[in-house]
Design a protein around this ligand. Structure first.
Ligand code: CA
Length: 219
């Protein structure tokens, strides 16, 4: 899952970026509203936007209104100041899905991110499951036939992406875009390598190769 963060405060931005990356998300961090708008317009398949309201240039509310006026349903988590009730109301009415009041606890940020991603995928159950596989994003654990799997962070993220929509075929390019941010170094066949390792751990039949199209879990 790839997340766009728009935050001008260097300390908060670094803490949020580190926290999200530590939880296995790919994060692109922009420091003002105009750069945030450009990142959104570039067509990267972000799963979520974490948005500060007070920003240099275009502020968070203007960015949000622009996003919604273009028909985007991207989940948006606002970060607001403690005393700014008006900002929170305006933000929710402008199309934000949730908000956090600064300073916030990283665990709460991560729980709200998981809840928003779950809702965006149309799921009520926090645990993803298909066939013999189960994956719990909160515990960062996956199981095959109830046996816990020892997965690297990238393998976990890849399995998560495929289990999010069983049956959907994701191309190598789509997986790269979902799993890696601007600052990640990408080897040319990195997705194939992770699929290869995952298959060794899950069994050969767990991930289907759809020739010329990509990878899928399930029919
Ligand atoms: Ca700010």
């Amino acid at each position: 899952m790839r997340i766009l963060l728009v935050e001008d405060d260097p300390m908060i931005g670094a803490a949020v970026t580190d926290g999200l990356r530590g939880a296995g998300y790919a994060v692109d961090w922009t420091h003002d509203g105009d750069a945030g708008s450009r990142a959104l317009a570039a067509g990267t398949p972000y799963a979520l936007l974490v948005l500060d309201i007070g920003l240099p240039g275009r502020d968070g509310l203007a960015l949000l209104r622009g996003l919604r006026s273009h028909g985007s349903a991207l989940p948006v988590l606002l970060m607001t100041a403690r005393d700014a009730v008006g900002d929170r109301v305006a933000g929710l009415d402008a199309g934000a899905d949730d908000y956090l009041v600064k300073p916030f606890d990283l665990d709460e940020l991560l729980a709200r991110v998981r809840a928003l991603l779950r809702r965006a995928a149309g799921r009520a159950d926090p645990v993803l499951a298909h066939g013999r596989l189960r994956l719990d994003p909160a515990r960062r654990q996956a199981w095959c036939d109830e046996a816990p799997l020892a997965l690297s962070a990238r393998e976990f993220a890849l399995l998560h992406a495929l289990l999010e929509r069983p049956g959907a075929v994701l191309s190598r390019g789509q997986l790269e875009e979902r799993l890696y941010g601007w600052n990640d170094r990408l080897g040319s066949n990195v997705v194939e390598v992770h699929v290869h390792h995952l298959r060794r751990k899950l069994g050969e039949g767990a991930i289907r190769t759809v020739r010329g199209a990509g990878y899928a879990i399930g029919e």
